[in-house]
Design a binder for this molecule. Structure first.
Ligand code: 8X3
Length: 257
């Protein structure tokens, strides 16, 4: 049974809420009773999602935000006295090139969005999470944050960064009323992850999931996030690794012919 958090901690901020895991998480946290604040760069998408959530009788607002823009993030944070939950979901992969030929610009972008984006939101909202008396920071990392694979170095390096941020923050704020939860999904088929990685090349994107009976869905991951967040306050799920049954490791995937 999910516990209902105290009233002061019922705002949940979700970054990257315009699609995929972020959008699914926003829907599920709203259903769990949180007032969700949807952030993403694409205003039209988060506004439509907020409308959908509100029409279903829950509570959502949309706030256009680029997580890499620190001034904008600081401005966003002034809207709150307390925040109950921050889900750092914004991020993604760009390219799948070997180290020998990877584009440094891609590496930089991935570090900026995945690591600095998470750092920006976490720093800006930490005082509000503490002020709630019962805060939760979720870092959506990846199995790429725990082991490497060929062609993945730029993304893997960035996701190791988000993993380290979560681990270190948990050490540093122990004793404060804030949990730090890392969710590390493996293969998840969303409308955009692979397409963005391969710059719109639908054929390459489809190959990622080729023959895989049932990759995880955004809803599956949102489910694990919502489960971890709704445990009683004293229960900190440090790290939850979730993969489809067909994926035994980042490089061992069962593909049906
Ligand atoms: C996504 C998992 O295997 O594409 O975060 O790196 S993988």
């Amino acid at each position: 049974m999910a516990t209902v958090p105290p009233a002061a901690s019922r705002i949940a901020v979700v970054t990257g809420a315009s699609s995929g895991i972020g959008a699914a998480t926003a829907r599920q946290l709203a259903e769990a009773g949180y007032r969700v604040v949807l952030t993403a760069r694409r205003k039209d998408r988060i506004e439509a999602l907020a409308e959908e959530i509100n029409a279903a009788g829950h509570s959502a607002t949309a706030y256009q935000l680029d997580v890499t823009d620190r001034a904008a993030v600081d401005e966003f944070a002034t809207a709150f006295t307390t925040v109950g939950v921050l889900v750092n979901n914004a991020g993604g992969a760009l390219g799948a090139d070997p180290v020998a030929t990877g584009d440094p610009a891609d590496w930089r972008t991935m570090y900026e969005t995945n690591v600095i984006g998470t750092l920006n939101l976490t720093q800006a909202l930490l005082p509000k999470l503490i002020a709630s008396g019962d805060g939760t920071v979720v870092v959506v990392s990846s199995t790429a944050g725990h082991a490497t694979y060929e062609g993945g170095a730029g993304y893997v390096a960035a996701k190791h960064g988000t993993h380290v941020l979560a681990e270190t923050l948990r050490l540093e704020i122990v004793g404060q009323p804030v949990r730090v939860i890392e969710i590390a999904p493996g293969m998840v088929r969303t409308e955009e992850f692979a397409l963005t990685r391969f710059r719109g090349d639908a054929e390459k994107a489809a190959k990622v999931y080729e023959g895989v009976a049932a990759p995880l869905t955004a809803e599956d991951v949102a489910d694990t996030i919502t489960w971890a967040v709704t445990r009683p306050s004293h229960v900190n799920v440090d790290l939850l690794v979730v993969r489809p049954r067909a994926q035994a490791s980042n490089t061992k995937v069962h593909r049906e012919k």
